[in-house]
Ligand binder design. Structure first.
Ligand code: PRP
Length: 249
């Protein structure tokens, strides 16, 4: 797929969602929200013509003036679906979205931005005070009384289930929420949460403390498997530029 220009700038078209010759177009799914600006910065530094944040409004698809590139703005958790099913050749999303789903995509590059942690957190006063063995963190869980279940609220049920699976002495109930997870222990919905911590402010402001790390996260470049073969030159060119950039972050 050599027709895609990665260096020449042409204006990003205002609003058309024109039918495209997908054989000559590279489509990239981008994450709405806090990863969007650094994603655009990274792609621009890699030589792609990307819409500026000023150009981005409520529209969810942006096409370059020469029709060679299309950007799809999706929720980070949905980016892998666009890529897996070929609606996008490439995508950028957080590692959390990749860990949560069983996606048939290729993870190409750790982009080095959007670094944060996925943790188990509990209300400060709920933490078991003692008895931490060498594995410490496990024993810090607010262990449920005998016969009771540890309730875990999270946006990431699959990750949480995998995390707690080895703790065979613990009976766990996963409660799926869609956001504002920190409220769950305060409201009595759960004993702990599994959620993302960036600055730590949301946890602290809600009286929660991290007690176990589940995973370290960052933004990743992913590719559709067929696109990787059909558009290998341009995709490897982009991946290589982004890889070089991430090493300098
Ligand atoms: C994420 C995460 C935490 C918060 C952590 O939520 O789920 O709530 O950010 O950030 P901090 O450590 O910098 O405070 P997000 O802002 O994506 O909103 P949501 O809870 O509605 O999903």
């Amino acid at each position: 797929m050599e027709q895609v220009s990665v260096a020449q700038r042409t204006p990003v078209r205002e609003s058309e969602v024109a039918p495209l010759n997908l054989g000559n177009c590279l489509s990239i799914a981008l994450p709405k929200g806090r990863l969007l600006q650094p994603s655009l910065d990274a792609l621009a530094e890699a030589g792609l013509q990307v819409p500026s944040m000023d150009e981005i409004d409520r529209r969810l698809i942006y096409t370059t003036g020469d029709g060679s590139m299309r950007f799809i703005l999706a929720r980070p958790a949905d980016v892998p679906a666009y890529v897996e099913h070929g609606a996008a050749d490439l995508g950028i999303t957080g590692k959390d979205a990749l860990l949560e789903g069983d996606w048939g995509v290729c993870e190409l590059v750790d982009l080095g931005f959007g670094r944060c942690r996925l943790v188990v957190a509990a209300l400060q006063g709920a933490i078991a005070p003692d008895g931490c063995g060498s594995e410490g963190a496990v024993c810090k869980l607010p262990l449920p009384r005998s016969g009771h279940t540890l309730r875990v609220a999270t946006k990431f049920p699959a990750i949480a289930r995998r995390h707690f699976a080895p703790k065979r002495d613990l009976c766990v109930e996963i409660i799926k929420l869609n956001g504002a997870v920190e409220i769950a222990p305060i409201a009595g919905l759960s004993d702990v949460i599994v959620d993302i911590v960036d600055t730590g402010r949301t946890l602290a402001d809600n009286g929660l403390v991290p007690i176990e790390e589940v995973a370290q996260l960052s933004a990743r470049l992913i590719a559709n498997r067929a696109s990787l073969k059909l558009k290998s030159t341009v995709i490897h060119q982009i991946a290589s530029a982004l890889c070089d950039r991430s090493r300098s972050i």
